[in-house]
Write a protein that binds this ligand. Structure first.
Ligand code: SAM
Length: 315
């Protein structure tokens, strides 16, 4: 079974690992994972690019060709360079040993040049050869420079808007697939709707505030997105429950945005209305979740500033 590697940003490491695993399992429920520090190895039938394209916190990714016991690399390992004109070598040291990385990368480059017809090109290589060292295992792999789709444009912003990374990670954690539909009953400026559509997921948004409704509409329109936005109280989502597969939302905090009632009461009321058997990811102010009858499968704490830590609840 092919193995892929993902080197993650060290901020939000727990959620970053869970996201990669969740994406892999969305497409292959038998996918397996193991991790070493900020490296995660996924064994699955799906290609690494399919995971990397969706994942929020992946810095580098590629395919593992084999595990290594020493530093020796034979000719047979460079099959991957057969049709490539250019390559670069990268060493990732996650072990506690010290290596002279520039020196090692350069001698590896010399060795590969002798064993293949490809030439070193550090600026714009077709293939990047990776040696990854950890305290437990070492890996030899390759990658191609990533060409990911452009980020959606946000022409109208608002102080309460959700960081797009958190919107994206929440969508991925609940495993929504292309062609499925997400509902955000507190859509504000439309961040979750835009992230969903950028991954081929349809979206329905609600917001009771006319200004927010208009901002969302405009943000979607400039990107050519087709999500449906309704100016209505969140409770209207119950009537649409056959039209969506999951809910991803960031609940009001009672600070920067308008709110129809006491935010803590609103969260309780909202959770009481959640449909069974739907995928759910909600974010609320830390502490609000304590009295909820939700039984999340996982929670994450996201620090924003001294007076605001948020909780993400996944079900
Ligand atoms: C924290 S903001 C959501 C921010 C949004 N995720 C974004 O990125 O812009 C909460 C939103 O809930 C909306 N809201 C508050 N009470 C509501 C209600 N009863 N029904 C629907 N929307 C409501 C507010 O207008 C606000 O836009």
């Amino acid at each position: 079974m092919p193995e892929s590697f993902f080197i993650l940003s060290k901020n939000n490491l727990e959620i970053a690992k869970d996201e990669v695993i969740a994406i892999a399992k969305t497409y292959d429920r038998f996918a397996k994972a193991k991790s070493f520090s900020n490296l995660i190895i996924i064994q699955s039938k799906i290609n690494w690019e399919q995971i990397a394209r969706r994942a929020t916190f992946v810095k580098t990714s590629g395919q593992i060709l084999r595990k290594m016991s020493g530093l020796f690399i034979g000719e047979e390992n460079f099959e991957v360079l057969k049709n490539a004109k250019t390559f670069a070598c990268r060493i990732v040291n996650l072990s506690s040993k010290h290596f002279d990385i520039p020196e090692l990368e350069s001698s590896m480059g010399d060795m590969v040049s002798k064993l293949s017809r490809a030439q070193v090109n550090l600026e714009n290589p077709e293939i990047i050869i990776y040696l990854i060292f950890t305290n437990q295992e070492n890996f030899f792999g390759f990658s191609r420079p990533e060409e990911f789709a452009k980020r959606p444009k946000k022409v109208r912003k608002h102080p309460h808007e959700l960081d797009w990374r958190l919107a994206r990670v929440m969508i991925n954690l609940i495993g929504l697939k292309e062609g499925e539909t997400l509902c955000d009953p507190f859509c504000g400026t439309g961040t979750t709707l835009m992230e969903a559509e950028s991954m081929g997921i349809r979206a329905i948004g609600l917001d009771f505030d006319k200004k927010m409704y208009e901002i969302s509409k405009e943000n979607l329109k400039v990107n050519g997105f087709k999500s449906k936005i309704i100016k209505a109280d969140f409770s209207e989502f119950v009537k649409m429950k056959d039209k969506f597969d999951g809910i991803v939302t960031d609940l009001p905090y009672g600070t920067a945005s308008k709110v129809s009632e006491n935010p803590q009461e609103l969260v309780k009321k909202f959770v009481g209305m959640l449909p069974r058997r739907k995928k759910i990811a909600i974010m609320c102010k830390k502490g609000f979740e304590k009295k909820l009858k939700m039984n999340p499968s996982k929670t994450y704490e996201i620090y924003r500033h001294k007076t605001l830590t948020r909780t993400i609840l996944i079900k």
